[in-house]
Design a protein around this ligand. Structure first.
Ligand SMILES: NC(=O)c1ccc[n+]([C@@H]2O[C@H](COP(=O)([O-])OP(=O)(O)OC[C@H]3O[C@@H](n4cnc5c(N)ncnc54)[C@H](O)[C@@H]3O)[C@@H](O)[C@H]2O)c1
Ligand SMILES: O=C(O)C[C@H](O)C(=O)O
Length: 354
């Protein structure tokens, strides 16, 4: 890949960050190792899947990644051979089957988990619970054993439950660190930005809009009252309600359009790569890296909640509050709590059962 193409892709990912602050990429002198970023091993669990493959490609293109371990129960040798030919920094290795999981995870800095089955039309994300809960439990047990210090980015659905499951597995293993477990809700932010920009008539690359709550239906709450830049003409209540509903239904929109071929994969790989890049920038000490993420939280009375989070050298540096909410958003916040609470409790209960 030409350096021009690499710069193009790199700046696209950098500019695509949903941070509300402009992240100033630290000057080269920042990296003590002679101008190159510190070594960082990223692992993708489920790397041969619909999300895993494009995510592996995008992580291979990220100059902050020095090692990329691609793990799945099938298909990874081919994906690793393919992605490994790209002329970028990261050294790629493929791992397949449980006996290779430990080696894949050893010394990982960031583990991204898109492993698990996706929805088909007519299903809710919660319908994936029985299968994906088991997958997440076994993978998190391995993470606790082989890379207990790693940051974990959970993509597998239902995220509202799989993050609490992961937390319980880590607590049982004595390795839980609330600052290092993230539910990836970035795709909701990506959708909210796209839909808002189109309705408000503003440049999409300049848009920032927080999305809070969780990652399923009404638990997804975009805060369009806080969206920037402001539209030339004020959006009506109907506009806001329509934008909110489309963001909440974004996943279903893709599931139905794919007509049984699965759910969002390409846009999710992009969103997952944007979030992972922000996590890596935080680990490297870059200032003001802010993303929305579903984390252990005191923002509401619920133990897990998605809100803006400042990322740092130890993962979560600060869980930021919700800011000013419109009356409509206050109603949405109260209206999502019961569903989110039951999803969290379902995950915690499941983790306590063998
Ligand atoms: N958080 C989000 O915003 C978001 C967005 C889209 C999809 N998802 C979720 O991501 C998950 C993956 O979706 P997909 O479209 O990539 O599905 P997919 O079926 O295409 O890929 C899943 C991959 O996981 C692998 N896998 C299964 N069990 C495994 C195990 N024990 N260890 C390692 N790998 C294993 C499969 O072999 C497969 O390659 C689904 O649960 C989906 O609902 C979440
Ligand atoms: O909708 C799904 O099932 C996948 C994902 O959660 C999404 O929001 O696209």
């Amino acid at each position: 890949m030409s350096s021009a193409m690499r710069r193009l892709v790199g700046s696209a990912l950098k500019n695509a960050s949903s941070s509300s602050f402009k992240t100033n990429v630290m000057p080269r002198r920042f990296y003590s190792s002679g101008g190159s970023p510190p070594p960082r091993k990223v692992v993708v669990l489920g790397a041969a899947g619909g999300i895993g493959q494009p995510l592996a490609l995008l992580m291979k293109l990220n100059p902050l990644v020095s090692k990329l371990a691609l793990y799945d129960i099938a298909g990874t040798p081919g994906v690793a051979a393919d992605v490994g030919h790209i002329n970028s920094r990261a050294e790629v290795a493929g791992y397949m089957g449980e006996e290779q999981l430990g080696t894949a995870l050893e010394n990982a800095n960031v583990v991204i988990i898109p492993a698990g089955v996706p929805r088909k039309p007519g299903m809710t994300r919660d319908d994936l619970f029985n299968i994906n809960a088991g997958i997440v439990k076994s993978l998190c047990s391995a993470i606790a054993k082989y890379c207990p210090e790693a940051i974990v980015n959970m993509i597998s659905n239902p995220v509202n439950s799989t993050v609490p499951i992961a937390a319980e597995v880590f607590k049982k293993a004595g390795t839980y660190n609330e600052k290092k477990l993230f539910g990836v809700t970035t795709l909701d932010v990506v959708r909210a930005k796209t839909f808002y920009a189109s309705k408000a008539g503003v440049p999409v690359e300049e848009v920032d809009v927080p999305v809070v709550g969780g990652h399923a239906g009404v638990t997804i709450l975009p805060l369009f009252s806080q969206a920037t830049p402001k539209p030339n003409s004020v959006l009506s209540e109907e506009d806001i309600k329509a934008l909110t509903k489309r963001t909440q239904d974004g996943g279903t929109e893709v599931v139905e359009a794919k007509a049984g071929k699965g759910s969002a994969t390409l846009s999710m790989a992009y969103a997952g790569a944007v979030f992972a890049s922000s996590v890596l920038k935080g680990l490297n000490g870059e200032p003001n890296i802010v993303e929305c993420s579903y984390v252990q939280s005191n923002v509401t009375e619920l133990p897990f909640f998605a809100s803006k989070v400042r990322l740092g050298e130890k993962g979560v540096e600060e869980v930021l509050g919700l800011g000013f909410l419109s009356e409509y958003e206050k109603q949405g916040l109260e209206g999502l709590k019961s569903e989110l609470k039951s999803s969290i409790e379902k995950g915690i209960k499941s983790a306590s059962e063998n």
